[in-house]
Structure formats: C-alpha cells, structure tokens
Design a protein around this ligand. Structure first.
Ligand code: AMP
Ligand code: GLY
Length: 423
C-alpha cells in the first residue's frame, strides 16, 4: 500500500521509520518531509495546511492511507477534507481535534465529566481577567486558548507578572487570535509524564509512558522549547498511577468526547502532572508528541499500519499493543540560540555513523539538502535516540551517539533523563 505522512519534523521521521517497517507498505510519501525522512519516503513539496493540494495529490497517486503528524492541520480540519473526498486518513476530525485546539474547550470538558485537572476560570475580556487577578493565588498559570506553538502558557509568580501576561496574550496579541480567550488556572507541582494513546472512537489503548524536557537549558532553566529530549518509560509512571488514570482519565475522556457528539479517532496525548493529590491532566494533544514519538515508537513491537487501520475502522479492541521491555532516550541536537535567534545552513557531519547500528537512531527535525550535503535548517536539528536495557544504559548510549555528529553551533542539554537517578 501507499502511505502519505503530513509533516516534516523529528516526529514525522519517527513515524516514517515505523511505517517503513510494515510489510504492507511499498511506498511512502511525506509532505513536506525533510532530508532524513527522504531515506524512507519521497518528499513532496506541499505544505501541511494546503489541504486541497494534499487531497488532490493523494488521489492522483493512489495513496491508501494518510497519517497526520502535526497539530495545525488536524485542528484546521484536514481529516474532514480528506474524508469528503473519500480518502482514508488517520486522525481526529476538526470537531474532535478541538480537544487540543481550544484549552477552554478541554477544561470545560474535564469539568463537565469530572476528569481530574487544575481548577480554572475562562476569560474573553482582558478587564475581567485583570480583575480576577486581584484575588488570585500565586503562582498562577495563564494559557492562551488556541494553538501557540507550545508557547502560550505563562507561569506567573506575582500579580504584576500575571498582569503583564494578560497584556501579552490578550491586548498585544503576541499569539494572535489564540489569545482572544484565555484560561487562568491553578498552579500545580509534581512530575510531568506524557502518555500517548491510540483511540478508535470507543476503545483507547495506551502506549508506553515518556517524559519530555521542555526548557532550553540544563536544570530546567531557560525558555520553553518544543522539547529538548525525552526518555521512555517514565519510572514515575507506576502501576498505581496507571490504574488511577485508567479509572479516572483515559476512557472517561474518550467517552466524554463521544457523548458530546465529537467522536475521537487518532492519537490522544495526555500531558499529566503527578501532583501530591494524584495525577491531573495538564493538557491534551490530538497528535503524537515531539520528541516523545522518537522514544516511544522505536520500542513498539506492533505493525503501526495495523493500528492506524484499526483506529479508522473502529476495531482497536482486537489489537494488543506491545512494547519492548527496555528503555530509550532521545537527546535533541539544536542550533545554539534556539528557541530565539540562531543561524542555519551548516553542514552536518557524522550521520552515516548510525547506519547499521541496531538500537541507535538519528531522527531529523530541521535539516535539508543543499546539493548532496545535509545542512541545518531549524532550531531543533536532530534527535539522537538510543535504546538500552535500562534507562541509565539508554542515556549513556544516547549521549555517546551525540558525539558521532558534528555541526557548527551544535547545542544540547546534558541532563536529559537525569531525573531517573532519583526514581
Ligand atoms: P501545556 O502546553 O498546557 O502543557 O503547558 C506547558 C507547560 O507549562 C507544561 O508542560 C507544564 O510544565 C507547565 N504548566 C501548564 N499548566 C500548569 C499548571 N496548571 N501548573 C503548573 N505548571 C503548568
Ligand atoms: N513534547 C510536547 C509536545 O509534543 O507537545
């Protein structure tokens, strides 16, 4: 069969690698793809938001299945466009992708269906929000309602900071219309865990857990980024936590969406915080995590195409997800200066060192071909993943493999997975 993957980052590279392992697949396209994805897929120069062009391409080329990696096209309704054209596509429709597309929607859903999350209020007027801040507890958390590249969340330690935050989000519109509405929520403490799941509208199957490191600098300092590294599984995701989430969070979310007439098919990514009072939902995403996917999929034993198809067909109850009994760590190699200012266009050396090395992967995030040379083309450049029998071994392997790669302005965090020492 022929598969089209929509996106062009490290997550989509990991999806392409996994799709390429399926016996059923003989051709992969990726739009727009990148220099690493090109090893598995024919990259197509169509942007992820050009739904009509993508659907026309899928039709003309006899694509049997389209898989969407990114949030923007899902929230924008790419699945509805493909379905209208009679094309098979994996992901939630627009009315279900709102689970990620609107924080106010997801908070209201959790409140209505009694799914544990932080207490909150919603505001669509800056004056009301400013008034609310007068008597709020600090720190407090401000969240732009809409998609903001993961940067629409502000943790404010004082009333002054929070007022400034309201100005940034609602008046200066730093994130555009994403800030027309905001959520102000209770600040929670605890460990964060990412849990990805496959959903077919009724049944939900949980993948192995992971943890991301969102801040740019060691010790969780510096600015928020798309993610500087991950490890899987999370030793903090204990059987007790799993049992709690299965009872109070996962299936309840799927049932709530169905009850609202918003049947969810695709990936639900649960961003959880393990608070002293038990697990709470920080956020939902309607897609695979990046770079969580880079540590979760290399450990998955199933043929991923079977799982995608079962989600579309509503037969996920027939599938048993299986993961290897080992661990994986992904260290992101970024351009120094990310997430603010950084230079691009530097030649990347050492990529060939990963060829034929079992358990080692180099997933491309921001790369492109310049002639025959692969050069840096983004803030996050590569995700180096390695497996190991234990998390410690996987971490040592991943850091060793980061040394195989060289490019000007190479930057990485040195403490990815360090938290496991405390587990
Ligand atoms: P989100 O995009 O909602 O996951 O938020 C981004 C990051 O902000 C999370 O990964 C947390 O580290 C932090 N965060 C979000 N909501 C809260 C909260 N209520 N309390 C503490 N930290 C939060
Ligand atoms: N790594 C966090 C995300 O994909 O949203």
């Amino acid at each position: 069969m022929k598969v089209l993957i929509v996106g062009g980052g490290g997550r989509e590279h990991a999806i392409a690698y996994k799709v390429a392992m399926s016996d059923k697949v003989d051709k992969i396209y990726c739009a727009p793809g990148n220099a690493g994805i090109a090893e598995y897929a024919e990259c197509v120069d169509i942007k992820a938001m050009e739904f009509d062009k993508l659907a026309a391409f899928a039709k003309e080329n006899g694509v049997d299945l389209t898989v969407v990696g990114m949030d923007d096209p899902l929230v924008g309704g790419i699945v509805d466009v493909f379905e209208k054209e009679g094309l098979r596509i994996f992901g939630p429709r627009k009315n279900a992708a709102i689970l990620e597309g609107s924080k106010a929607f997801s908070k209201d859903l959790m409140k209505k269906y009694d799914i544990p999350t932080a207490a909150y209020e919603t505001f669509d007027n800056a004056n009301d929000a400013l008034e609310y801040l007068e008597n709020a507890a600090y720190p407090t958390v401000l969240k732009a309602d809409g998609l903001a590249l993961g940067k629409g969340v502000l943790i404010c330690n004082t009333k002054e900071e929070a007022k400034e935050g309201i100005r940034t989000l609602m008046l200066d519109k730093q994130f555009g219309s994403a800030g027309d509405k905001i959520v102000i929520e209770e600040f929670m403490t605890g460990r964060e865990v990412s849990v990805l799941s496959f959903v077919d509208g009724n049944t939900i199957k949980i993948m192995t857990s992971a943890q991301d490191h969102k801040r740019a600098k060691d010790g969780d300092k510096g600015l928020n980024t798309g993610g500087m590294g991950t490890f899987s599984p999370s030793p903090f995701y204990t059987p007790e936590v799993d049992e709690f989430c299965k009872k109070y969070i996962y299936q309840k979310t799927v049932d709530a969406m169905k009850a609202e007439g918003r049947e969810f098919k695709g990936i639900i990514f649960f961003g959880l915080m393990l608070t002293p009072n038990g697990p709470r939902v920080l956020e939902y995403n309607a897609r695979f995590g990046d770079p969580e996917t880079q540590v979760v999929l290399p450990r998955m034993k199933n043929d991923i195409v079977d799982v995608f198809e079962a989600c579309i067909d509503g037969t996920l109850d027939k599938i048993e997800l299986e993961f290897e009994d080992n661990a994986a760590v992904c260290v992101v190699l970024a351009s120094d200066g990310y997430p603010e200012h950084y230079e691009k266009g530097f030649a990347i050396k050492g990529l060939e060192s990963f060829k034929g090395k079992d358990g080692y992967y180099v997933f491309h995030a921001g790369t492109k071909f310049e002639g025959d040379t692969i050069v840096t083309n983004g803030g996050r450049v590569l995700g180096v993943t390695a497996k190991g029998a234990t998390l410690k071994e996987a971490r040592a392997n991943a850091y060793a493999a980061t040394e195989w790669i060289d490019f000007s302005n190479k930057y990485k965090r040195n403490d990815i997975g360090k938290a496991i020492d405390e587990a």
